[in-house]
Design a protein around this ligand. Structure first.
Ligand SMILES: [Mg+2]
Length: 343
């Protein structure tokens, strides 16, 4: 089977810039792709790289798309090299979307995604129930003091898992804000702390002590940079608060390597940059890992494919890290059509 292939680059500006220990992020850029089969059915995919996190660059993804002919085959899609993990995800998920339609589950639509259409129809091989109501989302709080007010509205709407970036300001200041935040958050709330690899060993120990005392910390994400894997392995044995690897396991190849090296803590899987969904399924089938599935600030297209995969592969009840919609203005219902017709 041959598919005609088209793609369009997109840009989405964050409502407020996202501050992490990697710096400031203002605009999310990526690529939407469309596969059309010989009967006219279409499958959509999204390539949403984060080069500073370990995926290919946007330019590499664009060059790859531009290098392809107007018609491609499934063989081509499933042989995209692992150096292009976001492309692997984008193409395979478009192909899977098509395959799902041609199995007559979903009626064909030219532009099926609108800004409100964010809730997936889970494809669940294991018949696990997976609710996508807000309480299963981890809600990303703004960095620093702004978090003090920002949790209230999502909490009123049912969110009970929050994530807060640390390692951005001096630690004494952050620990003070942390005390205030944990005292303000209602009982039963879970808080995830994400250092993006930005702490020193001493700071990581301070944070772990504070987290152990606070008692509501679900995990600390990537306290140290990936090259300090053994230190994180040591810390994970010393403290009660679990650690999660994120930057260390940006792609499936890195995830497999960390598992081989003995990591049995939590793995954050950013599905849209992890690589081939087919290979990720194979890995998760043979390796029972404690995984948290997380957004890369993709559009509704990538999000739907990522959530489908998360629903299929989740082994536990951890909230998915997709509570990020209000970091962007709401998409118009016609955003995709507009992108396609007026790129
Ligand atoms: Mg993270």
């Amino acid at each position: 089977m041959r598919y005609s292939f088209e793609f369009r680059p997109y840009q989405r500006k964050f409502k407020r810039s996202l501050l992490t220990s990697h710096g400031r992020w203002e605009v999310r850029e990526g690529i939407i792709l469309r596969l059309t089969d010989q009967t006219g059915q279409v499958g959509w995919g999204e390539i949403a790289p984060i080069a500073w996190f370990g995926s290919e660059t946007l330019q590499e993804a664009r060059d790859f798309c531009a290098s392809l002919p107007e018609e491609i085959t499934a063989t081509k899609i499933f042989s995209i090299p692992s150096q292009l993990p976001a492309c692997q995800f984008g193409f395979e998920s478009a192909w899977e979307g098509l395959a799902r339609q041609t199995s007559k589950v979903i009626p064909p639509q030219s532009f099926p995604f609108n800004g409100k259409d964010l809730f997936p129809t889970p494809v669940n091989r294991k018949n696990l129930s997976f609710s996508c109501s807000t309480h299963t989302y981890s809600y990303l709080l703004p960095t620093g003091e702004a978090a003090m007010q920002a949790w209230q509205e999502p909490w009123n709407q049912g969110s009970c898992t929050f994530k807060w970036k640390i390692g951005v300001s001096p630690i004494a200041e952050e620990l003070r804000s942390f005390q205030q935040l944990t005292q303000a958050l209602p009982a039963g709330t879970k808080l995830r702390l994400d250092a993006n690899g930005g702490l020193t060993l001493k700071e990581a120990e301070q944070w772990l002590q504070a987290a152990d005392q606070a008692g509501m910390i679900e995990f600390i994400e990537q306290p140290l940079p990936p090259e300090q894997f053994h230190r994180m392995l040591g810390l994970s044995a010393e403290y009660a608060t679990p650690l999660a690897l994120d930057e260390s396991v940006a792609t499936l190849r890195q995830l497999e390597a960390c598992y081989q090296r003995g990591w049995r803590g939590i793995f954050v899987i950013k599905v849209a940059i992890a690589g081939s969904p087919k290979c990720l399924r194979q890995f998760c089938d043979r390796t029972p890992i404690d995984a948290v599935f997380s957004s890369v600030f993709e559009t509704a297209i990538g999000k739907q494919a990522a959530l489908n995969l998360a629903a299929e592969l989740s082994q536990n009840d951890r909230a998915v890290g997709f509570g990020v919609d209000d970091w962007f203005d709401e998409d118009k219902e016609t955003w995709l059509e507009q992108l396609w017709k007026h790129p």
